[in-house]
Design a protein around this ligand. Structure first.
Ligand SMILES: [Zn+2]
Length: 277
């Protein structure tokens, strides 16, 4: 299995997976979705009773049920440092909660206003400040207020989707589009009809310019009057792409997924060799 990076941005990436079987590509997909640890808010404590601010009394209430607000806070991507944080139930503190396994946040807002993810303030290190500050949580009317303490901890997508670091994880076979120059009459049907704009008109000749965008829909071959185009796919090469929710970089997510797969295969090998057959 080899990887060749095509695009690697902070939260979006695309790469070629070479010398791989369909099963290996799917194993990587499933690992990216469900096995990468990340931080997410898991406990939310709401202040009850009146809140005094600026000499005025506010009611601690929102238009939404507390459960809905808590659910929305759980889905806010929390910056994750995999070297710094450990799972709470495996931590040296025995699960009580310490700086190695939890991050506490406060949220204190008075209406009228919209409460955003950026209003979550980490109690401690600024590195845990939410990187996407404009996710709306709830809108408060005049006289309404919220005072919330929340605790984030590590988890994986297997337990709940709020711990899923990646989104849009998918792959396709690497397309092979060939144009038979002898048959081509430069009618440009392929350039004009391809829904993904894979072809360019270069000096009056159609040229495949963006092969990774091809979805193997075969429109170019069907539209070509001269039947000059053939669309095939490479069976052992995959165009793989995914995004992260911002809690970590794509590079870190991919590296972590590959390490998890390597450890899993080693364990499997050891267990298989111990079988008495
Ligand atoms: Zn701990």
């Amino acid at each position: 299995m080899q990887i060749e990076i095509i695009e690697m941005e902070e939260t979006r990436c695309r790469f070629l997976l070479k010398d791989a079987s369909h099963a290996e590509a799917n194993a990587l997909r499933r690992t990216l979705i469900s096995d990468i640890p990340k931080m997410a808010i898991d406990q939310v404590e709401f202040h009850l009773g009146p809140i005094m601010a600026d000499g005025k009394e506010y009611e601690s209430v929102t238009p939404l049920f507390d459960e809905v607000v808590a659910h929305r806070l759980g889905l806010v991507p929390i910056p994750t440092d995999l070297e710094l944080m450990s799972f709470r139930d495996e931590c040296v503190c025995g699960g009580e909660g310490c700086p190695n396994c939890i991050v506490m946040y406060s949220l204190n807002k008075i209406g009228p206003c919209t409460v955003y993810s950026g209003d979550l303030l980490p109690l401690g290190h600024e590195a845990f400040k939410v990187r996407d500050p404009l996710i709306p949580i709830v809108t408060l009317s005049d006289g309404q207020a919220v005072l919330i303490y929340a605790i984030a901890e590590m988890g994986t997508g297997k337990r709940h989707v709020k711990w899923q670091a990646t989104t849009g994880v998918g792959y396709k076979y690497l397309p092979i589009v060939t144009i038979d120059e002898k048959k081509c009459d430069q009618g440009m049907q392929c350039v004009n009809r391809c829904p993904r704009k894979v072809f360019d008109n270069v000096g009056g000749r159609p040229v495949v310019s963006r092969i990774y965008d091809c979805t193997l829909c075969n429109t170019c071959a069907e539209e070509c009057d001269q039947q000059a185009i053939e669309v095939l796919s490479e069976p052992c090469e995959f165009v793989f792409e995914f995004e992260t929710d911002g809690s970590m970089s794509c590079a870190l997510a991919l590296e972590t997924a590959l390490l998890i797969m390597e450890a899993g295969f080693e364990n499997f090998g050891e267990m298989a060799s111990e079988l008495d057959v």
